[in-house]
Design a protein around this ligand. Structure first.
Ligand SMILES: NC(=O)c1ccc[n+]([C@@H]2O[C@H](COP(=O)([O-])OP(=O)(O)OC[C@H]3O[C@@H](n4cnc5c(N)ncnc54)[C@H](OP(=O)(O)O)[C@@H]3O)[C@@H](O)[C@H]2O)c1
Length: 384
């Protein structure tokens, strides 16, 4: 495992961080709420034993169950071995006192007396206006002075202009957490945002370095390219090392779900190096990018922020089936799986738009759901 200093904090963090948003679940197909707790605890502890010293959770992950499970994993002496990061759910904050109330609940969930890095979760221009208006930074500083949190940070999914406003709007950000991978170099905060933060001594924590898994599994057209070029390295490894190639990056978080993924990424993290990519790998990535730009389907990363849907649709799963058709021409298989469910993943959307207010990728979900349903649904007998 390689370690880097995070921004100006002086804190040494492992280049690979464990994201607790995609923990192993008991019934992955329909719900992320049911975490397989013993498996998740083992996975998190194996990550720490493998050198990971940075964990990222959030109040809302796994339908509010992630923090409690991370807390269980951190019992038996594991808490002292990691920097723990979690996030304030801005959607649940109406008044200044909500920060303290929610933070206290989070401390109880983790069964800890402090959180090392406390983030305003997924903020954009509107949230920033509310943070300023409700004086939430002062509230966070009071919590810091009381020893409940170590550093104040934010995660971000908006456009560059808002990122710049937020970065310049507060002098004591410890880090910014941004979506960053070789497909999103010019998207959201992007490379410009990474450079801006670094120029002010603000650390960068990367989320979705594998674009939620898309850059871990080559689609057929990309696999053909890799074969033609004689590339024998790991595909996820290439994407992770692209992130670590850049000196500004402190931690790359991956939401690892299986031991196999974790072990592979631990090996990659041993090889993390600034300027570590070869010219051949850089050229390969440029070619892969071109293929994905044409065959990317809907840019859903299955982060699950859109969930739960008031109509119980499984939005990420519906997009996944749709994208499989684009990338793999899995038409028959996607249709078969889609129709397995008593209520099919995209069935019954009333276009209320609740999901769209939460989607970090700005996907027009309520436009897509009826289209996907129409494409996949087999006719069903009308109930008597
Ligand atoms: N603050 C925010 O707004 C926000 C938003 C998103 C994420 N996050 C945080 O950032 C973390 C990282 O983002 P992410 O989970 O999207 O990371 P990611 O690394 O882009 O995606 C993780 C997924 O990639 C696949 N994967 C990982 N390693 C692999 C390997 N070696 N081989 C094959 N597949 C592999 C797995 O998908 P499959 O199991 O499907 O194959 C895994 O669930 C999250 O867990 C969360 O803690 C924060």
């Amino acid at each position: 495992m390689q370690y880097r200093t995070l921004g100006s904090t002086g804190v040494e963090v492992s280049v690979l961080g464990m994201g607790a948003m995609r923990l192993p679940a008991l019934d992955e197909m329909t719900s992320s709420a049911n975490i397989d707790v013993p498996e998740a605890v083992k996975l998190i502890r194996r990550a720490i034993d493998g050198g990971v010293n940075y964990l990222d959770s959030a109040y809302l992950y796994h339908q509010q169950n992630s923090e409690g499970v991370v807390g269980k994993a951190l019992a038996d002496g594991y808490r002292e071995r990691v920097s723990l990061a979690t996030k304030l759910p801005m959607a649940l904050v109406e008044k200044t006192a909500d920060l303290d109330r929610i933070l206290d609940e989070q401390l109880r969930r983790f069964d800890t007396d402090h959180i090392d890095f406390y983030l305003f979760h997924g903020i954009g221009a509107e949230d920033w206006e509310r943070i300023v208006r409700l004086e939430l930074l002062s509230a966070a500083e009071k919590a810091r002075d009381a020893g409940k949190i170590g550093h104040i940070c934010f995660s971000f999914h908006g456009e560059y202009a808002a990122f710049e406003t937020i970065i310049k709007g507060y002098d004591n950000w410890a880090f910014a957490q941004v979506m960053y991978n070789y497909m999103d170099e010019d998207n959201q905060a992007g490379r410009r945002g990474v450079e801006l933060a670094a120029s002010r001594g603000i650390g960068i924590v990367v989320m979705e370095p594998l674009r939620g898994g898309k850059l871990a599994r080559p689609i057929p057209a990309v696999q053909e390219l890799l074969d033609a070029e004689g590339y024998v390295g790991g595909f996820a490894d290439l994407a992770l090392r692209w992130v670590w190639d850049q000196a500004e990056i402190g931690v790359a978080l991956s939401g690892m779900t299986t031991f196999e993924q974790l072990e592979q990424n631990l090996v990659s993290a041993d090889r993390a190096a600034v300027g570590g990519l070869t010219d051949f790998e850089r050229q390969l990535i440029a070619q892969i990018r071109e293929i994905y730009r044409v065959q990317n389907g809907v840019p859903c990363t299955a982060c699950g922020y859109c969930m739960p849907c008031p109509q119980n649709l499984n939005i990420p799963f519906a997009f996944n089936l749709y994208n499989e058709v684009i990338a793999y021409q899995y038409d028959t298989e996607s249709r078969r799986v889609y129709n397995l469910f008593p209520t099919r993943p995209a069935e019954g959307c009333i276009q209320c738009g609740v999901c769209e207010t939460k989607c970090p990728q700005g996907i027009e979900i309520s436009e897509w759901m009826p289209k996907i349903h129409e494409q996949f649904a087999d006719p069903r007998p009308i109930p008597a």
